[in-house]
Design a protein around this ligand. Structure first.
Ligand code: C5P
Length: 253
């Protein structure tokens, strides 16, 4: 078989040239990194779980009209996605104080926020992805005011969808990160959700016990990461059992 052309290798994924124009193959690795790659491990099966879960979330988002790059899953570790021009920003939405915001503002982890708060971070590993304001984004031409408005609208719709979905399976969506890309359609361009949505890029707490079911398990050595991700996938009905196809979420009493 001819070798595929690799377009980009990130910490948890590889992008290959796709089989059709304007497509890419997104390959999910088992690598887990934290603290700007200072901490690294290989967690067997993580890539398979994230491929499945990202497929599940992106498919659901498409069904409610939130545009995203997902086309179809190809196999256990790969999915076909639309090629986008990635906006060099990470868009974080927070519902509950945790992580870097709790630290920066001296808040107790777990404090409910009065409304979802959106933050932008510059995608720059060398700088450790610093937080930036809308002023920086426009002045330095990373995106336009219209792009910012569109990114906020997309992020809030993803938040509503993901919060509801997680609530239905007994999980609180504390915060998450999305990436956004530009696609060109004739004379028009629009922004769509890109990259992945998975427990690697969300904070997910079990509502009853407060147990963490996301990458914080790896960041702070709270237990078995793969077991936590499997629990999320199982509750959502994403993991096939005995070869059965997926059936969607199960209500947790
Ligand atoms: O670390 P911080 O509290 O700013 O992270 C906010 C959210 O964004 C968390 O859910 C985290 O997993 C996610 N995030 C990410 N990739 C980054 C930084 C944060 O997925 N590079």
């Amino acid at each position: 078989m001819a070798r595929r052309r690799m377009i980009y290798e990130g910490k948890a994924k590889i992008l290959y040239e796709g089989p059709e124009p304007d497509t890419l193959i997104q390959y999910f690795k088992d690598d887990a990194t934290a603290f700007n790659a200072e901490k690294h491990a290989v967690i067997e099966g993580k890539g398979v779980l994230n491929n499945r879960m990202s497929e599940f979330f992106m498919t659901g988002l498409s069904q409610i009209g939130v545009p995203n790059h997902f086309i179809r899953r190809l196999n256990m570790r790969e999915q076909l996605v639309r090629m986008v021009e990635i906006i060099p920003l990470e868009v974080v939405v927070r519902n509950v104080a945790a992580g870097s915001m709790a630290k920066r503002l001296g808040m107790n982890e777990g404090t409910e926020l009065p409304r979802p708060i959106i933050e932008f971070y510059l995608k720059d590993d060398a700088l450790g992805d610093p937080m930036v304001t809308e002023e920086h984004i426009i002045a330095f031409n990373w995106a336009s005011q219209q792009d910012i408005d569109d990114m906020i609208a997309l992020a809030l719709r993803v938040n509503d969808y993901m919060s509801g979905l997680m609530y239905g399976v007994g999980i609180k969506l504390v915060d998450f990160k999305i990436e956004v890309g530009r696609v060109f359609e004739g004379d028009f361009q629009r922004l769509i959700v890109a990259d992945e949505i998975s427990p690697d890029s969300c904070r997910l707490w079990d509502i009853q016990s407060g147990r963490k079911l996301d990458k914080d398990v790896f960041r702070h050595e709270l237990g078995d990461l793969s077991e936590a991700y499997t629990e999320v996938a199982r509750r959502l009905g994403v993991l096939p059992r005995n070869g059965a196809t997926t059936k969607g979420p199960k209500l947790v009493q």
